[in-house]
Design a protein around this ligand. Structure first.
Ligand code: FMN
Length: 323
């Protein structure tokens, strides 16, 4: 089943502080895959917080960006949805899965899985607010004694959601343990709208296995793409054409990483860009030898030229190697 009129059934998962404009640009440049924004706090939009506005502004991105909203008040959602539409959103996703205390205490994110009438009201308000399609991302349930993904999915469908994404963990599990794909299959069997499965897809083969085992219409990949952004387009190519993923030359990892640091510096300014680059650089070096030593040095550097020099010194030792 097609998901809206998107060209791919593979989604890069929204990750706050990670899937920003620079990363979306880079991942899109590698080929297919759908992009979702970081979550946008609707109350901050109402306060006209410039940082939040910037997260929601996707007008200059030449590919569809699904903008994700998080909050707990239906009226605020409607305003935020209209603004997101003005700022170039392709469609709107509502976050009903975030487990973080600060969000949950605000009656937002996965707390909405405990209040179906409120969740339904929010979806209906957002659907009414703009012509854009609306989706919902949620979890298996609040905790192991309150697993309600199937009922929740049916509520989303009845309230007007065009598709839903299910992460197979409860709120209490946060990101620990393994994602339950059985619940994803149960959700798929209980509604007619397209379902995207999420949780523990680490390879292109996992993505195919999730489709085979659960029948989902699309897959969403989060943590496994950190340091391995190629995984998104490789998964698309594997699912569509059985194209096997190639190994990535270390020289290509370096080139890509340098481009990433450049885009972060352009977008956030050089000082902040460099600080933000630290976590990404650590991820890019995953499974490379002497990575620990390099990370320790890189994460202490505050000067852009020194950062470039340190990267050159480390990466030039790899020659033609691949990961
Ligand atoms: C650092 C981090 C930030 C995240 N931020 C968001 C977010 O803003 N919105 C959201 O819906 N999910 C967020 N998630 C959850 C992911 O989208 C995804 O559901 C989760 O990581 C499970 O998928 P995975 O096993 O492929 O990583 C975040 C996850 C991580 C690790």
């Amino acid at each position: 089943m097609k998901i809206l009129d998107l060209k791919s059934k593979v989604f890069m998962a929204p990750m706050a502080g990670i899937t920003d404009k620079p990363l979306r640009r880079l991942v899109s440049s590698l080929g297919a895959g759908n992009m979702v924004s970081e979550m946008v706090a609707i109350q901050a939009i109402q306060r006209k917080n410039p940082k939040t506005y910037r997260i929601a502004d996707v007008r200059d991105e030449p590919y569809p960006v699904i903008v994700q909203l998080v909050g707990g008040k239906p009226e605020q959602f409607a305003d935020a949805a209209r603004l997101a539409a003005d700022l170039g959103a392709y469609s709107i996703d509502i976050n009903m899965g975030c487990p973080v205390k600060k969000i949950v205490n605000n009656n937002s994110g996965s707390a909405l899985m405990k209040d179906l009438p409120l969740a339904s009201k929010i979806i209906k308000e957002v659907v009414k607010a703009t012509p854009l399609k609306v989706s919902v991302k949620f979890r298996k349930g609040w905790d192991i004694n309150n697993v309600n993904a199937v009922e929740f999915a049916q509520m989303c469908e009845d309230s007007g959601a065009s598709y839903i994404t299910v992460h197979g963990r409860t709120r209490s599990a946060f990101y620990s343990g393994t994602a339950d794909w059985d619940i994803i299959r149960a959700v798929k069997q209980s509604v007619k709208i397209p379902i995207i499965g999420n949780g523990d897809i680490n390879t292109v083969y996992d993505a195919q296995r999730m489709i085979d085992e659960t029948g989902v219409d699309g897959v969403m990949i989060g943590r496994a793409a950190l340091g391995n952004p190629w995984l998104i387009s490789q998964t698309h190519a594997y699912l569509e054409n059985k194209e096997l993923p190639r190994k990535i030359p270390v020289s290509e990892i370096k080139r890509f990483m340098l481009k990433h640091i450049e885009l972060l510096s352009e977008y956030y300014g050089q000082e902040m860009g460099l600080a933000i680059s630290r976590k990404f650089v650590c991820w890019y070096c995953k499974n490379l030898r002497e990575a620990k030593r390099f990370r320790e040095i890189y994460t202490k550097i505050n000067d852009y030229n020194e950062a470039m020099k340190t990267i050159d010194e480390y990466f030039d030792g790899f020659g033609e190697e691949e990961r």
